[in-house]
Ligand binder design. Sequence first.
Ligand code: ITT
Length: 232
Amino acid sequence: MHNLKELFVFITRIVAPSVKRFLGTGTLYSITMKVQVVPDEAMKYQIIFVTGNRHKVVEAAAICAPRGIAIVQNNCGYPELQDDDVARVAAYGAEYMANRLNCALIVEDTGLYIDVLNGFPGPYAAYIYDTIGNTGILALMRDIRGSDDRRATFRSIVGYCEPDMAPITFEGTVTGRIAYEERGEGGFGYDPIFEIDGVTFASMNDDAKNEVSHRAKSFEKFAEWFLKRENP
Ligand code: ITT
């Protein structure tokens, strides 16, 4: 292994799933990993990010680490409220997990809202991705005759909470278009079909996506608030 990024990928792809299999489904397991973007000495703070999605952790770390905040992933999972507002989903998840793990932490929930589909899949983006995927979304849009409206918005909400406090949320959005076909090898989820100025997120490198993305904006707001609170 040549660098820490490869080590991280090795842990998340090989070690973590094996530990999960060993513990069995239904067990609350907790694996923590730190994404090393800048050296430890430069990190003044750290925050636990409860998510099973390593791509989110890498993107969040690229925003937070240069501000001195290390992101530590905990992929123990959390109950996702069935609600049509991703802000309520993130707030509920953060509050539930802060009280369950008895520490300050964040979660992040993302929705994808496609105009011509009246905001579908919205907060159900994860379920729809897992069931019909990008090809299913493209097929749905092909079936809407007479419309070349491809506008879509990603909405990212970071939920922060501490035990016995009300959760706080930070929002980031980006509006782009749904491409006519999947393009690009990078990214994850809907990245191959979400484009800005003709370039899909999956065709951008991590830095380019972080220049414009919904997640970069929500994490920038979170980091700004967090640092102000630590340094009043
Ligand atoms: P956690 O809930 O464990 O954080 P998740 O992947 O389930 O991870 P979400 O529920 O927030 O995260 O994501 C909803 C769906 O949207 C899911 O299928 C993701 O792959 C997808 N998604 C989230 N952020 C995305 C992004 O930046 N680009 C493309 N797809 C994204």
